[in-house]
Design a protein around this ligand. Structure first.
Ligand code: B12
Length: 503
C-alpha cells in the first residue's frame, strides 16, 4: 500500500449526546476523497477509521491494521478540534511502531488553520498539509518516489499543485484547489457499511457568514447530475439495502430547479429509489423547489436558520433584512413539511444573546410548530483561523461576555464563548438540549438522525432501548408527544422568567 489514512476519532464531544450512542457514525469523506483521487492516479491508498472500535481499543486496532497493510506513507486526518487530542496519542504510538515511515497530517478546517503549530504540538509529524489535499498528495508522492529527498532538499518550493515550506524538522505543504470534485470510491474505506453513504455534491460557499471558517478564496464548484447519479447507483449496489439513504454533502446545497428536475428524471430512468438529505439556507426554499426536492428523493433538509432574533441574525451577518429572512424561513419550513420532507432547524446561540433574543427564537419556532419536527441548538464557538475572535472581541465585551479559557480548550485550539452577561457557554449548551426536548420526540429525532448520522443497520427499537438506559442522560428529545408539549410550556415559562423558575 502506498498511503494509509487514519481518520482520528473524536476525543471530546461538541454536544454530550455526540458520544452517547455507539451507532453514531461520521464518515470522513474528505479522507475518502483523497484516496479515491489517488486510486485513479494509479496509487494504492485506503482509509482506516477506528471510531467504532471498542472503548480504549482504537489505537491498538489501528496499529494492527497498519501492520497488516504495511503502507509506505501514513496519514492522519483531523478535521476538527474535537479530534485533536487524539493527534499526539495516535502519532506517538504510530511513530514508535513505524519509525522510518513518513507521517503526514491534514484536515483543512483545523490542522490547516493551525499550520506550524501542529508541529510545535506534535514533534513526530513529518508533513502538515494545510488545504485540500488530493492534488498535493499526488504530487508529493510522485516527487517522493522520484527523489528520496523532498524533505531535505527543499526550503521553499512553489509548484503547480502545491507549495512547500520547511518548519523545524518537518515540512508544511499548501494544497491547491481541485476544480472537479472526485467520485468517492467507498470500497477504499475500511468497513464502509458501518458508515452512512454520502456523495460530495459541491465545494466552497458563495455566502459570507461571519462565524464560518470556509475559505472564501475557494471557487464554488458543483458535481454534475450525471456524476451524482453514477455515484448513487454504485452506492445502492454496494450497500445492497432495501432503503438506501445518501447524505448529499456540501457546505451549502445549491441545486437549482432544472438540476432537481434532471435528478428526478435520471433517478427514475435508472430505476433508483435512494432517498437523500442536504443542508440549505433557511430562506432559500419555495413551494416549487420543495416539490421538486421531494420528487427527486429528498427526505430531510437541514435549514441553517441560526436564530429567530432579528438582532442576532444581523450581528452574525446572516442577512441584512431579518424580517424578510424570517418570513422566508417560515415559508421554507411550511412548504417542506407539506411535501413530506423533514425540515431540521439548526440554531446558533450567538454573541450578545440575551433572554429576550432567546425568547424571540422560541417564539419563532413556536409559530412554526406544524412544520418543526427536529432541531439542534448550540452556542457559537471560535475556531482557529480567520479574524472571528478579534472581530467580535469588542462586541463581546460590550455584551458582558468573554472567551472561555482553560488548558483543556487551548490544547485543542478551540475557544468556547460566554456570549453575554445573561448566559455562559455551559448555560447555552444546556438550553440547546432544552430546546431539543421541547420541540422533538424520540421518534422524530430518530427519523431525522437515521438519515446520514447513524450506521445504516441501526433500528428504531435499538435506538429506543439505548435511549431508555439509566445512563442516557440529557437527551435532546422527549419520549412522548404529551411530555414534549408539557416541557415546551415549562421552557416557555422558564425563558419568560429569565431563568428564575427551575426546570
Ligand atoms: C461536511 C462536514 C462534516 C461531515 C463530514 C466531515 C468531513 N470529512 O468533511 C460530518 C457530519 C461527519 C462532520 C462532523 C463533524 N464536524 Co463538521 N463540517 C463539515 C463541513 C460543513 C464541510 C467540510 C468540508 O468542507 N468537507 C469537504 C472535504 C473535501 O474537506 P475535508 O473533509 O476537510 O478534507 C480535505 C482536507 O481537509 C484534506 N484532508 C483531510 N484529511 C486529511 C488527511 C491527510 C493525511 C491529509 C494530508 C489531508 C487531509 O484533504 C481533504 C480533501 O481535499 C465543515 C464546515 C465547512 N468547511 O463548510 C464542518 C466542520 C469541519 N465541522 C466541524 C465540527 C466541529 C464537526 C463535529 C465535531 C460536529 C459534531 N457535533 O460531531 C464533527 C467532527 C468530526 C471529526 N471526526 O472530527 C467544524 C470544525 C471546526 C474545528 N476547527 O474544530 C467545521 C469547520 C464547522 C464549523 N463549526 O465551522 N462535519
Amino acid at each position: 500500500m502506498d498511503l494509509a489514512i487514519v481518520s482520528l476519532p473524536l476525543a471530546a464531544a461538541k454536544k454530550d449526546q455526540d458520544l452517547l450512542f455507539p451507532f453514531v457514525s461520521r464518515l470522513n469523506f474528505g479522507a475518502l476523497s483523497i484516496v479515491s483521487h489517488l486510486s485513479l492516479a494509479g496509487f494504492n491508498a485506503r482509509v482506516y477509521d477506528p471510531q467504532h472500535s471498542e472503548k480504549g481499543k482504537g489505537i491498538e486496532n489501528t496499529i494492527a491494521w497498519l501492520k497488516e497493510n504495511n503502507p509506505k506513507l501514513i496519514g492522519l486526518s483531523c478535521i476538527s478540534g474535537f479530534a485533536y487530542d487524539n493527534l499526539n496519542r495516535y502519532a506517538v504510538t504510530i511513530k514508535k511502531e513505524f519509525p522510518s515511515t513518513i507521517l503526514l497530517v491534514g484536515g483543512k478546517d483545523h490542522i490547516g488553520k493551525l499550520g506550524n503549530m501542529v508541529i510545535d504540538d506534535c514533534s513526530c509529524v513529518d508533513v502538515v498539509v494545510t488545504g485540500e489535499a488530493e492534488l498535493a498528495i499526488e504530487c508529493y508522492i510522485d516527487d517522493l518516489m522520484k527523489s528520496k529527498n523532498v524533505h531535505i532538499s527543499v526550503t521553499e518550493t512553489e509548484k503547480d499543485c502545491y507549495s512547500i515550506r520547511k518548519y523545524k524538522n518537518a515540512i508544511v505543504i499548501a494544497g491547491k484547489y481541485l476544480d472537479r470534485i472526485p467520485k468517492l470510491d467507498f470500497t477504499l474505506y475500511e468497513n464502509f457499511k458501518e458508515f452512512p453513504a454520502a456523495i460530495e455534491i459541491s465545494r466552497g460557499c458563495p455566502h459570507n457568514c461571519s462565524f464560518c471558517v470556509n475559505d472564501r478564496t475557494r471557487k464554488f464548484v458543483k458535481k454534475d447530475i450525471d456524476g451524482i447519479i453514477s455515484e448513487a447507483k454504485d452506492l445502492s449496489s454496494l450497500y445492497g439495502l432495501k432503503k438506501q439513504s445518501i447524505y448529499f454533502q456540501a457546505p451549502i446545497f445549491a441545486m437549482q430547479h432544472d438540476e432537481l428536475v434532471q435528478l428526478k428524471n435520471e433517478r427514475q430512468r435508472v430505476g433508483l429509489s435512494f432517498v437523500w438529505r442536504a443542508q440549505c439556507r433557511a430562506d432559500s426554499i419555495d413551494s416549487a423547489l420543495a416539490c421538486e426536492m421531494a420528487s427527486a428523493g429528498a427526505v430531510v433538509i437541514d435549514l441553517g436558520l441560526e436564530s429567530g432574533s432579528p438582532e442576532m441574525l444581523k450581528r452574525m451577518c446572516k442577512t441584512s433584512d431579518p424580517v424578510k429572512y424570517l418570513e422566508k424561513a417560515r415559508r421554507s419550513i411550511k412548504v417542506l413539511n407539506e411535501v413530506g420532507i423533514i425540515p431540521k432547524l439548526n440554531i446558533l446561540f450567538y454573541v450578545g444573546e440575551t433572554w429576550e433574543t432567546v425568547q424571540q427564537t422560541y417564539d419563532f419556532i413556536q409559530t412554526c410548530t406544524d412544520g418543526i419536527q427536529s432541531l439542534s441548538a448550540y452556542p457559537v464557538m471560535a475556531y482557529p483561523g480567520g479574524s472571528f475572535m478579534s472581530d467580535i472581541k469588542q462586541e463581546l465585551e460590550c455584551a458582558g461576555g468573554s472567551f472561555v479559557k482553560s488548558d483543556e480548550w487551548s490544547q485543542r485550539h478551540l475557544t468556547p464563548i460566554n456570549p453575554s452577561k445573561d448566559f455562559s457557554y455551559v448555560d447555552l449548551k444546556r438550553l440547546g438540549v432544552m430546546f431539543g426536548r421541547a420541540f422533538q420526540t424520540i421518534e422524530s429525532y430518530f427519523n431525522e438522525r437515521s438519515v446520514g448520522y447513524y450506521s445504516p443497520s441501526v433500528s428504531y427499537d435499538q435506538f429506543v432501548a439505548l435511549s431508555s438506559r439509566k445512563d442516557a442522560k440529557d437527551l435532546p428529545f422527549s419520549f412522548e408527544m404529551r411530555r414534549m408539549l408539557e416541557y415546551r410550556e415549562t421552557l416557555r415559562r422558564y425563558i419568560a422568567s429569565k431563568g428564575a423558575i427551575s426546570i
